[in-house]
Design a protein around this ligand. Structure first.
Ligand code: ADP
Ligand code: MG
Ligand code: ZN
Length: 638
């Protein structure tokens, strides 16, 4: 049996014994009878008593006689010395004044106090351990990734060769610091990886962990953020404490924008906690000097919101850009992620890479996974090109919706709308060529035209931009020409056209009237462009609006004329679409050359759904995943 119940039993016994003892003491006194005060006083004045025992208000009197009897009487107030003298001593009665120790009274006064003390003790004990809890709060949540644990290596990363080279150097430094120190080179303190979501920043960090052969601590920026002010800062200090003990080592802070946000511009009126955390981080990064070989790696997709103090030399003095991969990179990533997937010989990964511009590593991995799922659903044991095709559509647009019935009129409207886009893309000299055109609804889109450049490109020219605006407007133009009525299906097209026109005017100096000035700073954000406050006059604002309208109106007129002129081609595309629903680049080119189409290889998907209206969702997808299927118009900055 355990020790504790024994002790509890003993304590309980002691208490019971004590109570019994007190009770018996009382009982002893109680064995005498009670008399009134007047009896006591009469007995006393008659000298009838041999002895009294005075104890507060209680008087125990012993009568004279052969058999002395005792009784108890109570006085209203405790008797004073004078009164005792006068009433008893003067009459020759022996007096015994007792200040008896009243155990029960003591118990009853002490018990609550004892209980209180016990309770307080218990409480403070709880608080002491609670304090430990608060101390735990301040502990960083950094997780040490051991080499065995990390099964990612540099060879698993593709498509970002420059970033990889930089990181290889970092790892080299930790493995072999003398080589660098002998040349007087200072180790980079901080390495900041910057790139769109899914481009492989976290993945690269894992590869570093796998290769480094030094301890690797991984923590996410959001782990510093807590409800209580000061905790984040404490965690930062603890993290560095741990890191110093384990030097040489690597500390990786993922999504550092959660703590590293520029101070003082917080939208919700300043955030003390975050600022304190950031300050602690800045101080710590300055604090460990050359004697500690610690390299801080961090990743973010919002370098624009980071505090400038973080980028100062001595802190994150090295920036590594992890960009969305180019064609070759995409092909390499596809190769890496398809090693465990049985591909049909007909699958050409180069081709897949070519038709997925804007896809980042995460998208490509997802694409292959979707393709495998499609293949499994069809009961195949290999992934066919068609599965990859389907998967690409899924990744971009969501799964095909074949369940809802659509009216023949809606289907026709979609066909004309998409044919307008396709024809414009085909005819305009600087527009990106058509790769696929379909009126099978996907996600929120009733149909779509996929057109993108044959190669990735860095810049767009004004002519390319104007043509891309015209292509975007062509859907609406087609509706107007054929039906004399317009639908809500073009809202996304307008957004795209307007955005391009606005950028031409305010950012790329492509409007003669407004001039060659940058009116919108733009931002380095990977999450699309947003205006950073207006810094020009109202007249200029009006000019900008007029210029945007002029550009859009001109392009709309141009495309109306073009579609009217090429009515034959236009109708040819529409009837092919209504028959086959999906046209690929070869089919489309054939059609444009006036050849007869025979698409028996392509099973016609049942004619059903059409819902063109809320195409805006596509935009969000673009932003979120960095994958852009509608023309890749916004030039990248080198
Ligand atoms: P982020 O940049 O947002 O941190 P991740 O590193 O989490 O992106 O990438 C998500 C996944 O995408 C990785 O787990 C990896 O499988 C895949 N991936 C991304 N980039 C690459 C790449 N360059 N090479 C191979 N796989 C990649
Ligand atoms: Mg990440
Ligand atoms: Zn459209």
């Amino acid at each position: 049996m355990a020790k504790f119940p024994m002790r509890g039993l003993l304590i309980a016994l002691a208490i019971v014994g004590f109570i019994v003892f007190i009770a018996s003491q009382n009982n002893l006194r109680q064995s005498s009878t009670n008399e009134t005060l007047s009896v006591l006083l009469r007995d006393a004045s008659d000298s009838y008593l041999s002895k009294v025992e005075v104890n507060g208000t209680k008087v125990i009197a012993t009568r004279k006689g052969d058999i002395p009897t005792r009784y108890v009487a109570f006085t209203p107030n405790p008797l004073s010395t004078d009164e005792i003298q006068r009433i008893f001593v003067d009459k020759g009665i022996e007096v015994d004044v007792r200040h008896s120790f009243n155990w029960s009274a003591l118990l009853f006064t002490l018990l609550p106090i004892l209980l209180l003390i016990g309770f307080l003790w218990y409480l403070t004990r709880g608080m002491r351990s609670g304090n430990d809890g608060a101390m735990q709060f301040g502990k960083s949540k950094a997780r040490m990734v051991s080499e065995e644990e990390s099964n990612t290596f540099f060879k698993d990363v593709a498509g970002c060769e420059e970033a990889k080279d930089d990181l290889v150097e970092v790892v080299e430094f930790l493995k072999n610091p003398e080589k660098f120190k002998n040349l007087g080179a200072r180790i980079p303190h901080g390495v900041l990886m910057v790139g769109p979501p899914g481009s492989g920043k976290t993945y690269l960090a894992k590869a570093v962990a796998g290769e480094a052969q030094v301890p690797f601590f991984s923590i996410s920026g959001s782990d510093f953020v807590e409800m209580f002010v000061g905790v984040g800062a404490a965690r930062v200090r603890d993290l560095f404490e741990v890191a110093k003990k384990n030097a040489p080592c690597i500390v990786f802070i993922d999504e550092i924008d959660a703590v590293g946000r520029r101070r003082g511009i917080s939208v919700n009126g300043g955030n003390d906690e975050r600022e304190q955390t950031l300050n602690a981080l800045l101080v710590e990064m300055d604090g460990f000097e050359t004697e500690h070989d610690i390299i801080i790696m961090a990743a973010t997709n919002r370098p624009d919101v980071l505090d400038p103090a973080l980028m100062r030399p001595g802190r994150f003095d090295r920036q590594i850009t992890v960009d969305a991969p180019d064609v070759k990179g995409r092909e390499a990533i596809l190769k890496i992620h398809s090693v465990d997937k049985p591909l049909d010989e007909a699958v050409n990964l180069k081709q897949v890479a070519k038709r997925t511009p804007g896809f980042v590593g995460a998208d490509l991995e997802n694409l292959l996974n979707e393709a495998a799922l499609v293949a499994a659903r069809h009961g195949q044991d290999k992934i066919l090109p068609a599965d990859l095709e389907e998967a690409a559509d899924r990744v971009v647009m969501g799964p095909a919706r074949r369940s809802r019935v659509i009216s023949p009129h809606e289907r026709k409207l979609t066909a004309y709308h998409e044919a307008g886009h396709a024809l414009a893309a085909h005819l305009l000299e600087y527009a990106d060529p058509v790769h696929k055109i379909t009126i099978v609804p996907r996600g929120n889109a009733g149909g779509y035209v996929m057109n993108f450049p044959d190669q990735d490109r860095m810049y767009s020219t004004a002519k390319m931009l104007l043509d891309s605006i015209a292509v975007a407007l062509a859907g609406r133009a087609a509706e107007e020409i054929i039906f004399g009525d317009v639908s809500t299906g073009a809202s996304n097209d307008f957004q795209q056209a307007t955005r391009t026109a606005r950028m031409m005017v305010t950012r790329w100096g492509m409007s003669d009237r407004v001039g060659k000035i940058a009116l919108s700073e733009g931002s380095n954000s990977y999450l699309g462009d947003y205006e950073t406050g207006q810094s020009y006059s109202d007249e200029t604002a009006q000019q900008i609006d007029e210029e945007i309208k002029r550009i859009i109106d001109e392009q709309y007129q141009r495309i109306l004329d073009l579609l009217n002129k090429e009515r034959d081609l236009f109708e040819r595309i529409v009837s092919a679409l209504l028959e086959f629903e999906t046209l690929h680049v070869e089919d489309f080119d054939k059609l444009m050359r006036g050849e007869e189409l025979d698409l028996h290889h392509e099973p016609v998907e049942p004619p059903q759904v059409k819902e063109e209206a809320p195409k805006e969702d596509l935009d969000d997808d673009e932003d979120a995943s960095g994958s852009i299927f509608p023309p890749n118009m916004i030039p990248k900055h080198g």
